[in-house]
Design a protein around this ligand. Structure first.
Ligand code: GCU
Length: 680
């Protein structure tokens, strides 16, 4: 149930509110999210206050103590437009919530918005917040999707919460109850779309059984206002390569175009509200248009025009790079790839294409500057790709509350044309006047009871939805709402979870990758545990260029890879100059001696490494003991399972500390001033 427990409020709190025992849901059918809203309100109020709640879908008098949930349109039909005079104009997916009158009003611009309003009301009362409110709220961005990297055999790529809830044995499951439960969670955080299969896509999903399966998932999620889309393999039409019966997958070849048009029409026959496609092309061995010397835009537009008559969207990933680059070339840089590939294509994409950009130029690292591509998509819809699954960030075995990291990107001002250009305003479409854009979160929930593999990691999923709706949301406020809903309002619980969560990013960064060097994990296979040696001497390009004297990527224009020049001038200037580059990105942008002194502390780079690893691991040691304070304040099961994780982290942080410190000590031969490193 995660944050939708609807646990009974303590009697002293519950007493302060007389919850209506009638819900009127003006739904038009049982697949209408307004119907779902009615059911959810009934369940929620019964759970929180006890007692019995009835749901009707006929009009009642507006002076009776009831909750009315409806679309604004249905409401006006039922009660007349004069009764809605006080409701402001509602944009797409927006809702109005009013608890000031005899009747609680929850009115959505559409059905899913009414459902969002119902969840909002339930969230307030579940937290014991009975204040009288009357407000409208609207999403910052139209696209608020999750991505699942589920393979058809049921395994999830970079998933840490068990196998797929959607697929098993090469096909879509018959029992979709977990999908329905997931839909409920997602609707409560206002997610409106889901890509159900891995970006490294298997084309057999397009066979008749697969299409029917997609239809069944869409049927399961429709009552939650969530539209379904799929990832595609670019080479699907080609017989010798993947699935179809053609000899080519050239996006400009008419038989290929017809093939995709036919596939798309077939899907829409089964799923009229199908969301669209997600495509990973020419990346990490995946096929794409470059094979035929076609541009990425020509590839994307082929899908976009097949989707267009149906109103579908094509999410095209910007994660395109060459994974065989040569480290002996000082100017080679994977970070340059996205802008190099996409800059000249701006303005060439069809208007239902959205370029989906990972938050940083490399790959979900513990510290990255924002992708400079956000400044170059001025005539193209843009979405930011965030990861809820903690691929490089401890894989749910280390505590990592992500919103502060996301804020470091979303709040970043790229200063295009010397004007305010927050990343959040690019993806909302506001900055460059785009109608499409938004958020894609790689979640990878599985069949595990905890969904993600650990209880505390669910705060990240909750916060993802909240920030996709309002990117200015405060990380701590969101976390505390989640904590009250998930665990309890007990001040010790709130305080402990808040402290640990807000310390989690700096702590993890301290023992895994300092000063912008990236997460020094095993990048070749597992992406888990320390392996600083794996960064270099391979074509993946997550290099540190560490040698006996120096470390870091020189990404300056003057002497390095030129990456800093991909930012608009005001930002480029800051990163180009070592004296204005913030310490936490020093080694991202500059190659320096281990003895270079940091601006913030005056310490040398190498001494900072040693000290930070000790400090980070030491703080991680405290997490488990601080958690122990909560014994008896939450249920034993979640208490113990979380304690187990935090104890693991305590040990593993020492493994990290020593592996990295010893590695750089050996490499540099520079002694630790505190004489800890090298003494083992
Ligand atoms: C990462 C991840 C892969 C994934 C890829 C992507 O490199 O490790 O598993 O396929 O990103 O986002 O496409």
């Amino acid at each position: 149930a995660a944050w939708l427990r609807y646990a009974p409020l303590p009697a002293s709190v519950a007493r302060q509110y007389s919850a209506p025992s009638t819900v009127v849901a003006l739904n038009i059918s049982e697949v209408d999210p307004v119907y779902t809203a009615g059911q959810e309100l009934q369940k929620g109020i019964q759970g929180i206050f006890g007692g019995k709640v009835t749901v009707a879908n006929t009009n009642i008098s507006l002076s009776s103590p009831a909750i009315i949930v409806s679309t604004l349109g249905q409401y006006v039909k039922a009660y007349g437009s004069e009764t809605a005079g006080h409701v402001p104009e509602l944009t797409d997916d927006a809702f109005w919530l009013d608890t000031t009158g005899d009747t609680v009003q929850i009115l959505g611009q559409n059905g899913r918005a009414a459902l969002y309003g119902a969840f909002e009301y339930l969230s307030l009362i579940a937290q014991g917040n009975f204040s009288k409110v009357a407000y409208a709220t609207a999403p910052d961005a139209p696209i608020r999707w999750v991505n699942q990297w589920d393979n058809m055999d049921g395994h999830i790529e970079r998933g840490y919460g068990g196998d797929s809830i959607v697929f098993s044995n090469g096909t879509i499951k018959n029992d979709l109850q977990r999908v329905i439960d997931y839909g409920r969670l997602l609707a409560s955080i206002r997610i409106n779309g889901i890509i159900i299969n891995n970006v490294n896509a298997n084309a057999t999903l397009l066979n008749p059984k697969g299409v029917d399966g997609i239809g069944r998932v869409a049927d399961a999620l429709r009552p939650y206002g969530i539209q379904v889309g799929i990832s595609l393999n670019f080479a699907s039409p080609s017989a010798n390569l993947v699935y179809g019966n053609l000899t080519t997958f050239d996006p400009l070849n008419q038989t290929v175009i017809d093939w995709w048009t036919n596939v798309t029409d077939t899907i829409y026959d089964r799923v009229p509200d199908f969301a669209g496609y997600l495509v990973k092309a020419n990346s990490e061995g995946q096929p794409g248009p470059l094979t035929y010397n076609r541009t990425l835009a020509e590839g994307a537009n082929m899908f976009a025009s097949a989707l267009k008559p149906h109103g579908g969207i094509l999410m095209f990933r910007a994660f395109v790079y060459d994974n065989h680059i040569n480290e002996t070339n000082w100017k080679a840089d994977r970070a340059n790839a996205a802008v190099d590939f996409f800059r000249d294509l701006d303005g060439v994409f069809d208007d239902n294409v959205v370029v989906q950009v990972k938050y940083g130029p490399i790959d979900f690292q513990v510290r990255e500057p924002p992708s400079p591509l956000f400044a170059h998509l001025r005539q193209t819809g843009a979405a930011i790709e965030l990861q809820i699954t903690q691929e490089y960030l401890g894989q749910q075995c280390h505590l990592f509350y992500l919103p502060p990291l996301w804020h470091s990107i979303l709040d970043f001002d790229l200063r295009s044309d010397n004007k305010s250009t927050l990343v959040s305003d690019v993806v909302s479409g506001k900055r460059f006047n785009r109608t499409l854009g938004g958020y894609a979160g790689v979640v990878n929930v599985g069949v595990n009871d905890t969904w993600l593999g650990s209880h505390l990691s669910m705060s990240n999923l909750y916060a993802f939805g909240r920030l996709a709706w309002d990117p200015h949301g405060d990380s701590e406020t969101i976390l505390q709402d989640w904590t009250r809903l998930t665990f309890s309002s007990d001040p010790a619980v709130i305080e402990t979870i808040t402290d640990l969560s807000l310390e989690s990013w700096p702590t993890y960064e301290s023992y895994t990758g300092n000063l912008g060097i990236q997460t020094l994990t095993d990048i070749l296979y597992t992406h888990f545990g320390p392996n600083p040696a794996s960064q270099d001497n391979n074509g993946w390009g997550q290099w540190t260029r560490a040698d006996a004297d120096s470390i870091g990527m020189d990404r300056t224009v003057s002497n390095g890879t030129g990456f800093s020049g991909q930012y608009p001038p005001e930002v480029a200037e800051v990163f180009e100059d070592i004296s204005t580059t913030p310490d936490n990105l020093l080694l991202w942008f500059h190659h320096v001696n281990y003895t270079t002194k940091l601006k913030s502390s005056g310490k040398t780079v190498i001494q900072h490494f040693y000290d930070a690893h000790y400090a980070g691991a030491e703080n991680a040691q405290t997490f488990a003991t601080r958690w122990e304070r909560l014994k008896g304040k939450i249920d034993d099961q979640r208490y113990n399972e979380t304690l187990f994780r935090l104890r693991y982290q305590a040990g593993h942080s020492i493994v990290w500390r020593d592996a990295i410190n010893e590695f750089y000590h050996n490499m540099s031969g520079i002694a630790d001033e505190a004489k800890r490193v090298g003494s083992h």
